[in-house]
Design a protein around this ligand. Structure first.
Ligand code: SF4
Length: 500
């Protein structure tokens, strides 16, 4: 039995796919041969249907499984349609997009089966039986009808077979990512933010009788430490671990145990996600002592109204400020994540986000334009309000180029300005220069009409550059775009090992 995974990841950062690596690990443990086509320009594998054809025919698989993100679905379908012209094997779509829109994906003639939710056991069962009927988490078509089977309980992740790192050229990924290596120590999140897939996943399992609280699961500390030791012994050039868990710091006891074990194994730093509503001094101390280099918090918006009414995030700006105060008190470098272009967001709401960043003074902040993922409540909110430009949406590969939201002329224009000049605004409203030069430039930018902005944005960028230079010469800290075009980093941060 031979399974081929195809991971379309075009016009996107080079990536490692946890789902494929977990499933491949389980299949291999059962003696099933697995292969991967990692279709991403940065690994030297662009979308080239002839090349894919040669590789598919060489591997000659019995099953083909695509891991599909919403923005990559069009590429997955293009590849799948082409494969069907020369090879007649079942094609399965799994991953986030089929989970969020199972029936929409199955309606595509080229998709034989889908896997909804976590796929390890379902995929193995399907590959073994060959017939999808009665297999939980699997969807298929029969006599013109779409059938999506109920979900099985959440899989206990402790003591699972090891992830299959080898199926990717993992050394190439480490090198391309400048030594940063992603890991997960847990699965699930107890919160239900409207823009995130977690509420949908919980609802899917709950509808089939599984308790939402069983969603949050954790690997044992032994497993995580064992995986780190394995990676360090097998690959070179690792400079940083990134824990991609939704909330790494949730279990205090686990974190305390992990902290002691981690620092005994390696001096390499790590990055993790925390939640402003559940962050305290003990967590900050454990993170610091373990060697945490960046602790990241999702803020999304500085507007209490948008956070509460649109995003379903129940925390105040004071909670957020307190979490950053605690983290800074322990010498942790902090990262704040925000979005602009949210449903019902006005220019004033976006200014609240600017002002919150200026108040909490994170080590860095990262911004993106909101994208309404199908299947989420935020999508429903935006769709119901007629706020989605579907034509523009279908052309987007990422969340940084432009917004597909229709928020009104002023809000859309301000989102566009922030996209390129977020640092200017945070510097201005944080009084970075003390003389108000950033603030007056920010106010000028804010007042520009669309045509003025188009005409003047390059000269404003030059003015901003001069201001930044002045700050640098005077040894005064400010936020500048660094490492990627959507990240503002404090200029006095000189440790370039923290580049992601
Ligand atoms: S806290 Fe983060 S991971 Fe959890 S539901 Fe909200 S956005 Fe998703």
């Amino acid at each position: 039995m031979r399974v081929l995974f195809i991971y379309p990841n075009l016009n996107a950062q080079i990536g490692f796919n946890y789902g494929i690596s977990y499933i491949s690990g389980i299949l291999k443990a059962e003696g099933i041969e697995t292969h991967l086509l990692n279709v991403n320009e940065q690994v030297g594998y662009p979308l080239d249907l002839e090349r894919i054809k040669k590789d598919v025919l060489r591997i000659n698989p019995d099953f083909i499984g695509f891991s599909v993100l919403t923005t990559q679905c069009k590429y997955a379908l293009e590849i799948a349609r082409n494969i069907k012209t020369y090879l007649d094997v079942p094609i399965i779509f799994g991953g986030i997009h089929p989970t969020m829109d199972p029936r929409g994906v199955l309606a595509e003639p080229v998709v034989d089966y889908i896997c909804v939710g976590e796929g390890e056991d379902a995929f193995l069962e399907l590959v073994r039986k060959g017939d999808p009927a009665g297999i939980r988490n699997i969807g298929y078509k029969r006599n013109g009808s779409i059938i999506v089977a109920p979900m099985r309980p959440f899989k206990e992740i402790a003591n699972m077979p090891f992830k299959d790192y080898e199926i990717f050229d993992f050394q190439q990924i480490i090198d391309a990512k400048d030594g940063w290596v992603g890991l997960t120590a847990s699965r699930g999140c107890p919160f239900r933010c409207t823009y995130c897939l977690n509420h949908k996943i919980m609802a899917l399992y709950k509808d089939d009788g599984h308790l939402p609280r069983t969603y949050l699961r954790r690997h044992t500390v032994d497993e995580v430490i064992g995986e780190i030791e394995y990676l360090l012994s097998r690959y070179t050039g690792i400079r940083m671990f990134i824990f991609d868990d939704d909330i790494f710091t949730f279990d205090k006891e686990w974190l305390h145990d992990f902290s002691a074990r981690y620092r005994a194994v390696t001096k390499i730093g790590f990055v993790c996600n925390a939640h402003a509503r559940v962050f305290d001094r003990e967590m900050a101390r454990d993170l610091k002592e373990a060697g945490c280099r960046i602790v990241k918090f999702g803020l999304e918006s500085g507007s209490n109204r948008i956070r509460r009414d649109v995003l379903n995030r129940y925390m105040t700006n004071d909670h957020i400020a307190e979490a950053f105060f605690i983290a800074h008190g322990f010498g942790l470098h902090t990262s704040a994540f925000v979005m602009v272009g949210l449903p019902y967001e006005t220019e004033e709401d976006m200014m609240e986000t600017v002002k919150l960043l200026a108040r909490i003074k994170p080590g860095r902040f990262r911004w993106t334009l909101f994208f309404p993922f199908i299947g989420t409540k935020a999508y429903d909110i935006a769709e119901k309000a007629g706020m989605i430009d579907f034509d523009r949406m279908s052309g987007l590969d990422n969340f940084t180029d432009e917004t597909c939201m229709i928020l009104g002329e002023d809000a859309n224009l301000f989102a566009e300005k922030l996209k390129t000049m977020f640092c200017l605004f945070v510097n201005g409203y944080g009084n970075a220069d003390g003389k108000g030069k950033y603030l007056s430039l920010a106010k000028r930018v804010k007042a520009l009409t669309k045509s003025e902005w188009e005409r003047e944005k390059e000269s404003i960028a030059s003015e901003l550059h001069v201001l930044d230079r002045e700050m640098e010469l005077n040894g005064m800290p400010y936020y500048c775009v660094k490492y990627n075009p959507f990240m503002g980093v404090r200029s006095d941060w000189t440790d370039d090992s923290l580049s992601a």
